[in-house]
Design a protein around this ligand. Structure first.
Ligand code: FAD
Length: 205
């Protein structure tokens, strides 16, 4: 995660795939052809194909099996209301500020921002997973309910009791620091869990 780099190494293909403007098979063939022509390295192509053929199809299967009951799951019994700043980005936490502003401006955030910044903080705040799901559905241009539900309610909030992910995605205190450029400009210290400068992720964790 890098400030001022909303797209970084991501393809931005999800909206076209979800709207059926482009077929997953076409995308995968283009990537494997690039590999065979020597235009893309194996590790990049393998990761990309796995995202689409692996994750996206897995998510489709989960939706197929568990919708519509899926939406009502709340394994951790979280009932807090959604935080107002998710609609404005106005917070002193640099990671949330950046990920939310970017989301509201472009209708896009990549997977780790969704999972380990906005999703993780909502999980730590114990927000009602249905409200979290509705926020994700409202703000991203690639939002389609069959893809969104297993990702937001399942992977990000663990509301499905492990159908989508074997354990909750709850990070150790230094995760965001290690994986991003956010913490350098933040008034909070990720290493502190008490006192005024304590990083709210760390305190909540
Ligand atoms: C809380 C949360 C909500 C999400 N909501 C959506 C959503 O509404 N629609 C959506 O398409 N994706 C969703 N995702 C998955 C993922 O974040 C997006 O597919 C990805 O960020 C789209 O950007 P990209 O096209 O640049 O992807 P890249 O990073 O370039 O990945 C390539 C492609 O792999 C597929 N892919 C990768 N991971 C997943 C996944 N977990 N589920 C489904 N497809 C995946 C996508 O089709 C994507 O276009 C969500 C993830 C989380 C954690």
């Amino acid at each position: 995660m890098w400030t001022s780099e909303p797209y970084l190494f991501h393809s931005r293909l999800s909206k076209a795939l979800n709207l059926k403007l482009i077929d997953p098979k076409t995308v995968i063939q283009a990537a494997t052809t690039a590999y065979h022509d020597g235009r893309a390295p194996l590790n990049s192509v393998e990761g990309f194909v796995r995202q689409i053929l692996g994750w996206r199809e897995h998510v489709r299967g989960i939706s197929w099996l568990h919708t519509p009951d899926y939406l009502d799951r709340n394994t951790l019994q979280d009932h807090a209301s959604f935080t107002e700043f998710y609609w404005t980005g106005e917070t002193n936490m640099a990671c949330l500020n950046d990920a939310i502003h970017q989301t509201l401006e472009y209708g896009y955030a990549h997977h780790i921002q969704r999972l380990m910044v906005t999703g993780l903080f909502a999980l730590l705040l114990r927000v009602d997973p249905k409200q979290v799901h509705e926020w994700y559905l409202a703000v991203y241009v690639d939002a389609v309910e069959w893809v969104k539900l297993p990702n937001s309610l399942g992977m990000s909030q663990y509301a499905d009791n492990g159908v989508m992910a074997s354990k909750p995605f709850v990070a150790m205190r230094r995760y965001v620091q290690r994986m991003s450029s956010y913490c350098g400009s933040c008034r909070f210290d990720p290493a502190k869990s008490k006192c005024e400068d304590a990083y709210p992720f760390t305190t909540r964790y």
